[in-house]
Design a protein around this ligand. Structure first.
Ligand code: NAD
Ligand code: UFG
Length: 336
């Protein structure tokens, strides 16, 4: 029995595929390379020392998906494939709704038709919106998303819960990630954004390597310990291991379960800059600027449900997250 990993050539999917292969799973990766490169697949093989089947396929291509399910005995799907840039989603909402929601509906149709009813889905802390106080718990009301990307995650969670309500044979595990950073210890894979990064850590590493002049800190007047935004950063390898626990849960029986994957610790933008400087020995020039639209002051998880029910908790601290992000950037100044 195999695990199908959609979006497996991407940042989180590639790290998760390595952990799956190294744990003895039979892995099938599917990706359309919209935001990743074929070289990621070579790196997965090199690091894991194992092999896997690959399909260049779009999750909106029902016939293509039917072929993947017909040719393999797939027990469960870990569904990463999707578009994820918040700013871009405001400019291209239809593309986000079509790719993320439409693609997930098509994937679920193909799964249903093939009799595969176990899915682990990549959701986001963004579904908590701005009305809930941190630490965020899974039983808090979701909603109030501030951009189309976040809304796609919210709607997909609804699609999956309606699907489970219609047929209790489904096993759905929804994972709400906080802020994944870091890279594999080998330095062979990591986050490889196209163009100027939107997210904090790739921006910092590109300043450190000299590709960008300085970091713009988006606001220092938030009600936080130093005025800059506080987030729950999580090492991507911890996140990948969370998927192993989640897929075991999905395969153990039917149900609908939602888990936060975070560390429970909040770090400000300036905390991250300092931790990065210490871990890398590089100075990071920064300029304080205005707030970014849609940002909130503080967002961190209560990760206790994942610990209690999945037996998972994050192992790596901010020092290792920064050191591993730098190791990846230093070894791959131009990305893959
Ligand atoms: P990524 O862009 O690196 O990986 C996504 C992969 O999906 C890419 O390889 C891309 O080519 C592929 N893809 C996109 N649309 C596709 C389609 N229609 N058919 C087939 N493949 C397609 O992103 P990531 O950071 O690895 O994120 C993975 C998932 O986790 C996404 O769903 C994202 O929304 C979610 N997520 C990410 C973060 C984060 O900060 N990185 C936070 C919360 C949730
Ligand atoms: N920040 C800066 N300068 C930058 C980039 C970010 O000061 O150049 C600040 C932001 O204002 C925020 C913090 O750094 O306070 C983190 O920002 P990111 O853009 O790295 O991450 P977000 O918390 O805004 O959002 C991320 C993903 C979303 C996901 C969310 C929760 O981009 O897709 O985490 O999982 F939904």
């Amino acid at each position: 029995m195999a695990i199908l990993v959609t979006g497996g050539a991407g940042y989180i999917g590639s790290h998760t595929s390595i952990e799956l292969i190294q744990s003895g799973y039979d892995v099938i990766i599917l990706d359309n390379f919209y935001n990743s490169k074929p070289e990621a697949l070579n790196r997965i093989k090199k690091i894991s020392g194992g092999d896997f089947k690959f399909y260049e396929c779009d999750i909106r291509d029902k016939a293509g998906l039917d072929k993947v399910f017909a040719e393999n005995d797939i027990e469960a799907v870990i569904h990463f494939a999707g578009l994820k840039a918040v700013g871009e989603s405001c400019r291209k909402p239809l593309e986000y709704y079509e790719n993320n929601i439409g693609g997930t509906v098509t994937l679920c149709e193909a799964m249903r038709d093939a009799g595969c009813k176990k899915i682990v889905f990549s959701s986001s802390a963004t579904v908590y919106g701005s009305n809930n106080p941190s630490p965020l718990r899974e039983d808090m009301p979701a909603g109030g998303t501030t951009n189309p990307y976040g809304t796609t995650k919210l709607y997909i969670e609804t699609v999956l819960s309606d699907l489970y309500a219609s047929d209790n044979e489904w096993s759905v595990v929804i994972l709400r990630y906080f802020n994944p950073i870091g890279a594999h210890k080998s330095g062979l894979i990591g986050e490889d954004p196209n163009g100027i990064p939107n997210n904090l850590m790739p921006y910092i590493t590109q300043v450190a390597i000299g590709k960008l002049d300085h970091l713009n800190v988006f606001g220092d007047d938030y009600p936080t310990h130093d005025g800059t935004g506080v987030r729950d950063y999580i090492h991507v390898v911890d996140l990948a291991q969370g998927h192993l626990c989640a897929v075991k849960k999905a395969c153990a029986g039917s149900g609908l379960n939602i888990y936060n994957l975070g560390t429970g610790n909040g770090y400000s933008v300036l905390d991250v800059v300092k931790a990065f400087e210490k871990a890398s020995g590089q100075q990071v020039k920064y300029v304080i600027g205005p707030r970014r639209d849609g940002d909130i002051a503080t967002c961190y998880s209560d990760p206790s449900k994942a610990k209690a029910e999945l037996g998972w908790e994050a192992m790596y601290g901010i020092e290792e997250m920064c050191a591993d992000s730098w190791n990846w950037q230093k070894n791959n100044p131009q990305g893959l």
